[in-house]
Design a protein around this ligand. Sequence first.
Ligand SMILES: Nc1nc2c(ncn2[C@@H]2O[C@H](COP(=O)(O)OP(=O)(O)OP(=O)(O)O)[C@@H](O)[C@H]2O)c(=O)[nH]1
Ligand SMILES: [Mg+2]
Ligand SMILES: [Zn+2]
Length: 190
Amino acid sequence: MIAIQRGGARMILAVNKVDLLNDFNWESELSKLDPYRDVATMVLCSTADGTGIEELRQMVSGQTCAFVGHSGVGKSSLVNSFDSGLGILTGSVSDGYGRGTHTTTASTMHQLSDGTRIIDTPGIRSFGLWEISAEDLGWYFPEFEEFRNECRFRDCTHHHEPQCGVKNAVQSGAISHLRYDAYMRILTLV
Ligand SMILES: Nc1nc2c(ncn2[C@@H]2O[C@H](COP(=O)(O)OP(=O)(O)OP(=O)(O)O)[C@@H](O)[C@H]2O)c(=O)[nH]1
Ligand SMILES: [Mg+2]
Ligand SMILES: [Zn+2]
């Protein structure tokens, strides 16, 4: 999501394979994504039963968009579901870890009949966050913004600094722990 914002694109979070959730775990599984609802448009979808496919197709209609995400999440299947004529090869989740096997090996741009262009990309296992400094990372977490002016230091990394507005907001629950933990993990990489 940081890379998408840095590239200047709009983010849509497509949560695929919701057919695998049953009534019992539907709510508890999806509630884990609540912190992301404020920062990205979210679409629940399934290429298996058609949930959300039309909604997602409408959102990208007429645009150039790229599908990115881990291998095996169903990126190629989603592109196929927009236009059955594409016949893009899809894989099976079969490496024993449920991670898929990198079926798509190169990025390919597909054109739909309405002019929409979709770039199907190979699954990511990891990627570098090029040229983002520790001081800048926080700007890619939009929900931090309103609390930054309560930080004592202008270049606060919301990590070890005293009087940090972001850390206070995490403590009071105004910023999600989950997102702050993600921030802290990424901070060690930049
Ligand atoms: N249950 C379920 N399985 C799905 C769904 N969408 C895709 N799959 C399956 O998930 C597996 C991986 O799908 P792909 O479309 O190849 O995944 P990908 O993200 O393109 O994977 P890479 O090309 O390796 O990055 C295939 O076996 C699909 O049939 C879905 O909505 N529900
Ligand atoms: Mg693929
Ligand atoms: Zn701070």
